[in-house]
Design a protein around this ligand. Structure first.
Ligand SMILES: C[S@@+](CC[C@H](N)C(=O)[O-])C[C@H]1O[C@@H](n2cnc3c(N)ncnc32)[C@H](O)[C@@H]1O
Length: 215
């Protein structure tokens, strides 16, 4: 078999197309949405009714839903992911959820390392658990390209941890070290905050947050 041959597990799109419903259920019960909402509410994001926001690697939409639950109502939220099935689940959730402004959320199928947006398009990017599937340099450079100068990137990576190591096997991704993340992020962004979730919030068992501002 040639090297190009991909198994279900080695292709994130096929993998997440297959597990979209199960993954969504897991995200619903683990409280990630309110952890994200509480964190975002604590920030002064300076968004208004003209702002454009991107959830990069949006999956079934949990981070976008957290953002909407926090009360932000920009002009448009774009939820971008490789997995068509995950985007469909997210679309249904946006439409059903009374805290979501579904008419202004656009699910888009795309790759985070080559996004179909012009330079300096977005006023905010949110991203959780996707850069683990790509080279950090490629992902962060592309986020910097489509983000406006001075705008924020809320980067929620999987942190090196026991739970992270289990997820790394289950979801077939690669955790980037904190040092590497800081080093590569500093090429394009000012690191303006680092957040650890309280131990009482399941999100903190595997995730942390870097608050970055585009140079
Ligand atoms: C662990 S899930 C996280 C989803 C969502 N951000 C969340 O927090 O629930 C990873 C997501 O990244 C997507 N993904 C993986 N590689 C991608 C790429 N190169 N471009 C866009 N999406 C990608 C997968 O389809 C999947 O939905």
């Amino acid at each position: 078999m040639g090297q190009e041959t991909e198994t279900l597990e080695s292709n994130p799109q096929t993998f997440y197309d297959r597990i979209a419903d199960v993954h969504n259920l897991a995200m619903k019960v683990n409280g990630y949405r309110s952890s994200v909402a509480n964190y975002l509410q604590s920030l002064d994001l300076k968004l208004d009714e003209n702002s454009l926001v991107l959830d990069a690697g949006s999956g079934t939409g949990i981070v976008t839903l957290g953002f909407q639950t926090a009360g932000f109502r920009p002009k448009k939220c774009v939820a971008l992911d490789l997995s068509f099935n995950s985007l469909e689940v997210s679309r249904e959730q946006f439409e059903r959820d009374e805290n979501a402004d579904a008419g202004n959320i656009s699910p888009v199928q795309g790759n985070v390392i080559e996004m179909p947006f012009a330079e300096e398009t977005f006023d905010l990017i949110l991203t959780c658990g996707v850069l683990e599937y790509v080279a950090l340099e490629d992902g962060l450079k592309e986020f910097a390209r489509v983000l406006k100068t001075g705008a924020k990137l809320v980067l929620i990576p999987v942190k090196p941890s026991l739970v992270g190591a289990v997820l790394e096997i289950l979801y077939n991704f690669k955790i980037h070290s904190i040092e590497e993340t800081e080093q590569i992020a500093a090429r394009y962004f000012k690191i303006v905050g680092e957040h650890e979730f309280p131990i009482t919030e399941p999100m903190g068992w595997s995730k942390m947050i870097f608050l970055l501002e585009k140079k």
